[in-house]
Design a binder for this molecule. Structure first.
Ligand SMILES: C=C1C[C@]23C[C@@]1(O)CC[C@H]2[C@@]12CCC[C@@](C)(C(=O)O1)[C@H]2[C@@H]3C(=O)O
Ligand SMILES: O=C(O)CCC(=O)C(=O)O
Length: 328
């Protein structure tokens, strides 16, 4: 038997079949956030896919462009300069290693803590004032989108008060994380039919993630419980929203936390920004009583966000983190 090794440049990084036009997911639900039908459309998309695209979100193109320009400048620095902003644990610059349990991807990134509506002062990277200002402007804007989406979700689910979900990511001590990912092209694999994994398959532990990319494709989501991976057509003017594990639990499984991953492009760089909205550490994560039908029981053992987060950080990226909290 001939065992083909990865080309040395992507050694240790899992390879994936290169996506083709037939993998494109043309049916991504699109939610017009300015329309009266947004609440219903969001609930429908969360039930079907745990994923949707948001347009008419009100965030100025300049806010997104400034953050992207500064991010590109940051990643264009020498490796030695970037390494000075690392390591990524708990927060800072990281390259190829994701988390501390051995996951690898063809990317470099900044993992940053958000306090209220801007970068946490305790997070001293990135240091450049222009980059921090651009990120703070972007974070304030994307957080507002997350809040509007969570309010519309609460409306669509018939929850009261209107901030039943959004308060969890805005109240004092809420655990918000921001990630800037840069996936350099991987020309060594061009024409081989395979691509480097940029970010391996996973679900997000928080309630909600709001993603924006520079328009280079690469994001894939899993359909039919992981039986099929489809490519999300990129759109630099839109946001993409993922349901996270915590929202799956709050809705007792009615909304599905979506499995997703990133496949590296062989020719073009991808830059993405992801805002992860998580609750305060002491928040109890359990199905909301209003969402439990008559006689319906929780599918999960009770836990706090602190317990879930601690357990999550001991897992590998692709693990089913909720499994250990499911009632047997
Ligand atoms: C391998 C890991 C990276 C991760 C923490 C974890 O142990 C499992 C979950 C991963 C994830 C996915 C969503 C964003 C993120 C910041 C998070 O909260 O959980 C990452 C973590 C990370 O990159 O450190
Ligand atoms: O870069 C992307 O498009 C998605 C990355 C991602 O899923 C993550 O950072 O958790």
């Amino acid at each position: 038997m001939v065992v083909l090794a990865n080309p040395p440049v992507v050694d240790q990084i899992p390879l994936l079949r290169s996506p083709g036009p037939r993998d494109s997911f043309a049916a991504v639900p699109v939610v017009d956030l300015s329309s009266p039908g947004a609440a219903r459309a969001i609930v429908d998309a969360c039930e079907r896919f745990g994923f949707f695209k948001v347009v008419n979100h009100g965030v100025a193109a300049g806010t997104m462009d400034r953050a992207e320009t500064e991010a590109v400048k940051f990643f264009a620095q020498t490796q030695a300069d970037k390494d000075r902003a690392g390591p990524a644990y708990p927060f800072g610059y990281g390259s190829k290693r994701i988390g501390i349990n051995g996951d690898m991807g063809w990317l470099e990134y900044l993992l940053l803590a958000v306090d209220s509506a801007s970068l946490s002062d305790a997070c001293t990277v990135p240091a450049a004032a222009a980059f921090r200002a651009a990120l703070n402007e972007y974070i304030a804007a994307v957080r507002k989108v997350a809040v509007r989406v969570l309010e519309a979700m609460a409306d669509g689910l018939g929850l009261a008060p209107a901030d039943a979900l959004s308060a969890m990511v805005t109240e004092q001590g809420s655990d918000q994380v921001f990630r800037v990912n840069h996936y350099p092209p991987c020309p060594a694999l061009q024409g081989l039919g395979c691509s480097a994994t940029g970010f391996g398959e996973h679900t997000d532990p928080q309630l909600i993630s709001v993603l924006r990319s520079n328009g280079t494709s690469g994001l894939q989501i899993a359909l039919r419980d992981g039986a099929q991976w489809v490519s999300v057509p990129s759109d630099r003017d839109a946001f993409f929203v993922n349901v996270g594990d915590s929202l799956q639990v709050l809705t007792n499984g009615r909304f599905r936390s979506v499995k997703h991953r990133v496949v590296t492009n062989s020719l073009k760089s991808r830059v993405s920004f992801i805002y992860f909205g998580g609750p305060p550490l002491a928040q109890r994560i359990a199905p909301l009583p209003e969402l439990l039908g008559e006689g319906e029981e929780s599918l999960y053992r009770e836990f706090t966000w602190a317990e879930y987060k601690k357990a999550a950080y001991k897992t590998r990226l692709g693990d089913n983190r909720l499994a250990q909290f499911e009632k047997k």
